[in-house]
Design a protein around this ligand. Structure first.
Ligand code: KG4
Ligand code: ZN
Length: 360
């Protein structure tokens, strides 16, 4: 592989830089998670872009120091070129373009979701295709069959909210801290997941070959069900009664919501495993940190299956996964058309999945 490679990630609210060596191992990884958004309970695009601009140089300097290499030794610069917030993306792309030009090394624009596919292999050399990949983040929810790197068959994706977005919105509704995912998981630990019967949107189609939306997800109806349940509780509670209303039900509501979301995500992933006939699963993106999702998929796969999931630093947005996908693209000599910063862009090499006809 070509190395050392610098990987830059600025698609959303993490400014990250990493150096990978020529074996694809992490020599350094620095992640600055922006906290300017906490006050607003969600990412503010303009603030994100400004903070990337302020942080990118110090973050890269720290990554080079940690890797103990000189900027002049870099052999390529890989950058997440999309999808993402356009102002945020432009900071990373413009910075990387200028740096690659100055160093006279290749600039490798990488699709952010291809980066997430390369997260787990940074820690586990076995995390290579073939596998069914469930990518679940704040902006995306995607189920893909990956027979080899660079060949991606889209099984399904979300029709409305992303899984992480649903966790974040429910967290906000329940008065938990931002981002909602980890807070909802923590609150759920003390709750009864059966207290509220929240809907499992599109779950019924999962087991039915040929059914429309079989592997698609939808989280907005689930979120609305939580809104209704919260409104009902708040309407019922007397203003002076602190034990009633939301506070007494928060943990149960978090647990019941998480149960519904995990149920649909795991069920569809396991049905995809059966449909493609491969018992190897990779989960990536911030939501893959959720222990309930990991446990449910592992349980369903049984002893003959394998689940690949990275630690939080390679699952959340980070420069190392971008550098690793960049090394793959450099070797392939094909950047998949990711030439400019793009707020939305298809995953290079991805086509819809068609079930193979069964032999008679
Ligand atoms: O991949 P990521 O770091 O950034 C995006 O590309 O969006 O994912 C962030 C998302 C947030 O929505 C966050 O709430 C969610 O991942 N998340 C979790 C957990 N940890 C982070 N969701 C559920 N359970 C968690 N433990
Ligand atoms: Zn991401």
């Amino acid at each position: 592989m070509i190395g050392p490679v610098l990987g830059i990630e600025t698609t959303c609210d993490e400014t990250s830089a990493a150096v990978l060596d020529s074996r694809g191992a992490i020599a350094s990884l620095v992640i600055h998670s922006q906290d300017v958004h906490r006050l607003h309970g969600g990412v503010v695009p303009e603030l994100a872009a400004r903070d990337h601009l302020r942080r990118i140089e110090p973050v890269v300097d720290a990554a080079l120091r940690e890797a103990e290499i000189d900027r002049l030794d870099l052999q390529a610069v890989a950058v997440a070129a999309g999808p993402g917030l356009v102002g945020a993306l432009l900071v990373g792309v413009a910075w990387s373009r200028a740096t690659a030009y100055a160093l006279d090394v290749p600039l490798v624009p990488v699709h952010h979701m291809e980066g997430h596919l390369f997260g787990p292999v940074l820690e586990n050399p076995d995390a290579v295709p073939p596998f069914v990949a469930l990518l679940v983040s704040g902006g995306h929810t995607m189920l893909t069959w990956v027979p080899e790197w660079g060949r991606y068959f889209l099984l399904g994706q979300t029709r409305d909210d992303a899984a992480g977005e649903a966790f974040d919105k429910v967290g906000k509704l329940l008065g938990l801290s931002y981002p909602g995912g980890p807070a909802v998981e923590a609150a759920a630990a003390g709750g009864d997941p059966r207290r509220y019967a929240f809907p499992r949107p599109l779950a019924a189609a999962s087991g039915k070959p040929g059914a429309p939306g079989r592997f698609d997800f939808s989280f907005s109806g689930l979120k609305t069900a939580v809104v209704r349940a919260v409104n009902r509780l708040e309407g019922d509670a007397a203003p002076t009664d602190n034990s009633a209303g939301l506070s007494g039900e928060r943990a149960h509501m978090a647990a019941s919501f998480q149960e519904a979301a995990v149920d649909v995500l795991a069920r569809k992933t396991l049905d995809a495993v059966d449909a493609v006939g491969c018992r190897r699963v990779l989960i990536g993106g911030g939501v893959s940190a959720n222990r309930a999702i990991r446990a449910r998929i592992l349980d369903g796969l049984g002893p003959r299956g394998r689940l690949f999931a990275g630690s939080p630093r390679v699952s959340m947005d980070n420069g190392a996964m971008i550098a690793r996908a960049g090394q793959f693209r450099l070797e392939l000599g094909d950047f998949g058309g990711m030439n400019e910063a793009a707020a939305s862009a298809p995953l290079p090499g991805m086509v819809p999945w068609e079930p193979s006809p069964r032999p008679n």
